[in-house]
Structure formats: structure tokens, C-alpha cells
Design a protein around this ligand. Structure first.
Ligand code: RVP
Length: 487
């Protein structure tokens, strides 16, 4: 019958990159790419907007390491604003007034010592109630050998000839100032000598450590945030708070109501607006005229049961290539979201036409992801759940997956599961494996940049015998590799 004359759709395991002539050493392969019209990243990797993956802690580290974290939206708008602010401020040169630990001149040396220990800082400006800087105290000023009495007022022990800086100081000048005076911190004051912030040597050195960090024009880390297409106030608040990219976060963005909402949001904000998820050429056609990026993935996620529950979906390599065919003509970046288990999958998604990839399960087990490490049968795990799982829907995500009455558990029709994922250590080492593997793929294809790679890459089709051959086979693995576990 006509109905059964159906096209074939492929996913990661169905294809491999055809090796090609190359002079490219993997280390020289440049992973720089664009995730949306105005946002460039050093590695083509985003973390999923899920409540067991991306909150400010992981987003900060993603941006420091060269990628982009996308905050989930299972939180109130106020909390979202706080989370965005945390990322934007994380590596700020000038610690803003509200976050500076200050001592008041009435305090005793002991009180200040305790205060600094409690707050984990090595020094504090001493300011009066007007906010005037009277001096600066550091833990080295109050070592016992300096014969200060613990009950003395802090004003006896502090340095009162304070070196200060104006609020337009840049990193270079601040470094030189501290270096020349052999000091660790400089209060930043306005023209009335009122404290407005603090620059620390530690902060400057830390910024220098992250060479690949993804920052905005003001030097702040970049961050993305998920918003619903039907929650304009959340989108406006995220934009106002300084989010760099809003991700219109839906399971089916070829829904015309979603497109209407997304269009309205795009017209109302300064941030870039990426829309998703879609998985077909026709859906891409609807989005290319206004979206700053298109996110692809209908059902590939590790915790996703959409395809089983709804019977709908699109294997990810085909989905990405269909969307990319359309998006490339309009110069709109494409993000492949979900189903990536290995670095090889990630670079195959790029070969299919994506500009960047988004991962959930790969990062959920890291230290920076939300949630505790639990031990089961002597192995360590962290929780990982779909945003369409009953647990995630109950704690607030009310729109992404269809549901009638939020208070009645029997009414939920989940499209995701709640799970545990092996504990993995630092995000930095996971990203190192992921991007190293992707660079290796570029080496096999002979491409030095992502755009060259997209042009040169060709796939071969793999049989199930070929797939088995590709995995470790006919051996017993004795030592776990950092980037591979069978299935
Ligand atoms: P993975 O990396 O395979 O774990 O997939 C993560 C992606 O799965 C997310 O970025 C999102 O697109 C999708 N997801 C999240 N929740 C659910 C669900 O409950 N079905 N799916």
C-alpha cells in the first residue's frame, strides 16, 4: 500500500565517518562554532536544560571550559533570575558591593577573624555605616606573632592607608596595581570614597586560567536559559537578567501555537532566541525566518520515552540532516539535542549538519550537576530524570509534556523516566574526553575547522555486524576507559 512506502531514517549507530586523506593532527582541529546568531563558543557543546543537569554551578563551569550551559526552567522566575545572575557574576573582575564581605569598625579583631573564616575570604574592607572605606584588614594582619590583642577593635590592626581603584579599572591595570603594591585585594570606590566593589588577585588569576572561556562583550560568562513559549514574563525576566540565549523549550516546536509564542518572544527580547525541538525539514522551514538557532531532537534522549509513548519521533542523524539542509541555506545554526552517548556520536551529529550538540546524561553524573552522589551496591550514582517524567512534572514543569490536572498524579502521561547515572567526577574531564574525541574525528576526515568538517564529512552505512565490530568485542574489559563503556 501507499502508506507502507516509507522513507528510511537513520541514527548514530547506523553510520560512520568515512576516513579521508588528512594532514590534520587532532590537537590542531579547531572546535570553535556558533550556537546562535550572536553567540560563539570555543567547543560545540551545550548542557541540557534539565533539573538534574544544568543549574548555575554547571553553567559556570561549562562557560569557563568553552561551551554553554542552558539553565532549566523547573524553577520560579525569581530563582531563575538569581541563577542567571550567579553565572554572569561568577568570573566578574569587580565583586559587586552586595557580595563583598566587609567588616565594621566596631568589631573586635576576633570577630573579624571569625567572620572571614566563616565567609571563606582572606581579607575585608573595613567600612562605616555610610559605606566609606576606613581601612582594609587581612588575615595576615592578625596572626598571633604580630601581637595584636584579639579583643582590640579591628581599627587597631587594619591597614588604614588603603590603595583603592576606580570602578572603570580593567583587569590589566588592577593586576599591575596589586602587583606593584604586593597586595591581594583592592577596594573599588566611587568619587566619594564609598565602597562599590572589590577586585582580588585570586579572581584575576582565576580568569586567566580559563583561556577558552565563553564571555560576553563585558567579559561576563555567557549563559543560556530555557523558557516556555507561553510564558512571556519569564522570557522578559531572563532577558533583563542578562541571559545571552533564550531556548524556547518544547517537545514539539512544529506546533503552530509554539511558533506563535516563540515569534512573539523573539520580537520582545534582546537575547538570541533558539527554538526547538524539531526533527523535519518542514518544521525547519517554519523557523528559519525568525529563529537565531534551531534545536533538533524528537525522542532520542536517554531518559526519553516519547517515541514509545506517542509513537512519534525521528532517528537523530536523519532529523539533524533534514533540519540542517534547510537551516544552512538561511545561515541559521543547528543544535543536535539528545541521544549522544559517546564523543563519536557528537561528531557524527556535526557531520550530519549540526553546529553544536546538547547533552544531558553525559553530564548528569558530574560533580557540578545538581543532586547528591548515592551509593548502590558499592557503585556511585547521581540522579538523572527526564523533564517529562512524573517526578520532574510534579515539581513544576507543567507545559513541555501534555498533562491535564497538575495535582492529580494519575492524570500524568509521562514521556520520560527517572533514573540514575554513574558518578563521573569533574565536568572538566568529561568535556576533555568529549572534545578530544571530536577533534580525533576531525583528524580522520582531514578537517581543521567545523565548517570545513561539515563540508568534507561523508557517511558510510553500517550493518549490525559492522556495529558490533566497532565496539570492544571478544574480550573482557579489565580496566575502564575514561571515554568508553559498552552500551
Ligand atoms: P541525553 O543527552 O540523551 O540524556 O538527552 C538529553 C535531552 O533529552 C534533553 O536535552 C531534552 O531534549 C531531552 N529530554 C529531556 N527530558 C526528556 C523527557 O522527559 N522526555 N527528554
Amino acid at each position: 500500500s501507499e502508506k507502507l512506502r516509507v522513507p528510511e531514517a537513520l541514527t548514530f549507530d547506523d553510520v560512520l565517518l568515512r576516513p579521508k586523506e588528512s594532514r590534520v593532527e587532532p590537537d590542531d582541529a579547531d572546535l570553535t562554532t556558533r550556537v546562535s546568531t550572536n553567540v560563539e563558543v570555543s567547543i560545540p557543546i551545550l548542557s541540557a536544560a534539565m533539573d538534574t543537569v544544568t543549574e548555575s554551578g554547571l553553567a559556570v563551569e561549562m562557560a569557563r571550559q568553552g561551551g554553554l550551559g542552558v539553565l532549566h526552567r523547573n524553577m520560579t522566575i525569581d530563582r531563575m533570575v538569581e541563577e542567571i545572575t550567579r553565572v554572569k557574576r561568577a568570573d566578574e573582575l569587580i565583586i559587586p558591593f552586595d557580595d563583598v564581605v566587609t567588616a565594621d569598625p566596631e568589631m573586635s579583631v576576633r570577630e573579624v577573624d571569625e567572620l572571614m573564616a566563616r565567609e571563606g575570604v582572606g581579607g575585608a574592607p573595613v567600612v562605616n555605616t555610610r559605606g566609606e572605606v576606613l581601612g582594609i584588614i587581612s588575615s595576615t594582619d592578625i596572626r598571633p606573632h604580630l601581637e595584636v590583642n584579639e579583643d582590640d577593635p579591628v581599627t587597631e590592626a587594619m591597614t588604614d592607608e588603603v590603595i583603592t581603584a576606580p570602578d572603570d579599572i580593567d583587569a590589566r591595570d588592577a593586576f599591575d596595581l596589586m602587583y606593584d603594591h604586593k597586595i591581594e585585594r583592592v577596594p573599588v570606590v566611587d568619587d566619594e570614597n564609598l565602597l562599590v566593589g572589590l577586585v582580588t588577585m585570586q579572581g584575576i588569576l582565576q580568569r586567566r586560567e580559563y583561556e577558552q572561556a565563553v564571555r560576553d562583550a563585558d567579559g561576563q560568562l555567557r549563559v543560556g536559559v530555557a523558557v516556555s513559549p507561553f510564558e512571556m514574563d519569564r522570557a522578559l525576566a531572563a532577558d533583563e537578567a542578562g541571559a545571552d540565549v533564550l531556548f524556547i523549550d518544547t517537545a514539539h516546536a512544529h506546533n503552530l501555537n509554539v511558533i506563535d509564542g516563540a515569534t512573539e518572544i523573539k520580537e520582545s527580547v534582546d537575547a538570541d532566541v533558539v527554538v526547538g525541538n524539531v526533527g523535519t525539514r518542514e518544521a525547519a522551514e517554519e523557523l528559519v525566518d525568525f529563529a537565531d538557532g534551531i534545536k533538533v531532537g524528537i525522542g532520542p534522549g536517554s531518559i526519553c520515552t516519547t517515541r514509545v509513548v506517542s509513537g512519534a519521533g525521528m532517528p537523530q542523524i536523519t532529523a539533524v540532516s533534514q533540519v540542517a539542509d534547510v537551516a544552512a541555506k538561511h545561515d541559521v545554526p543547528v543544535i543536535a539535542d539528545g541521544g549522544i552517548r559517546y564523543s563519536g556520536d557528537a561528531i557524527k551529529a556535526i557531520a550530519a549538519g549540526a553546529d553544536a550538540v546538547m547533552l544531558g546524561s553525559y553530564f548528569a553524573g558530574t560533580d557540578e550537576a545538581p543532586g547528591r552522589v548515592v551509593t548502590m551496591n558499592g557503585k556511585k550514582y547521581k540522579q538523572y530524570r527526564g523533564m517529562g517524567s512524573v517526578g520532574a512534572m510534579k515539581s513544576g514543569d507543567t507545559e513541555r509534556y501534555l498533562k491535564e490536572d497538575p495535582d492529580d498524579e494519575d492524570e500524568y502521561v509521562p514521556e520520560g523516566v527517572e533514573a540514575a547515572t554513574p558518578y563521573k567526577g569533574t565536568l572538566k574531564s568529561e568535556l576533555h574526553q568529549l572534545s578530544g574525541g571530536m577533534q580525533s574525528g576531525m583528524g580522520y576526515v582531514g578537517a581543521e575547522t567545523i565548517s570545513e568538517f561539515k563540508d568534507r564529512a561523508e557517511f558510510v552505512r553500517v550493518s549490525s555486524a559492522g556495529q558490533a565490530e566497532g565496539h570492544a568485542h571478544d574480550v573482557v574489559i579489565t580496566d575502564e576507559a575514561p571515554n568508553y563503556s559498552p552500551n
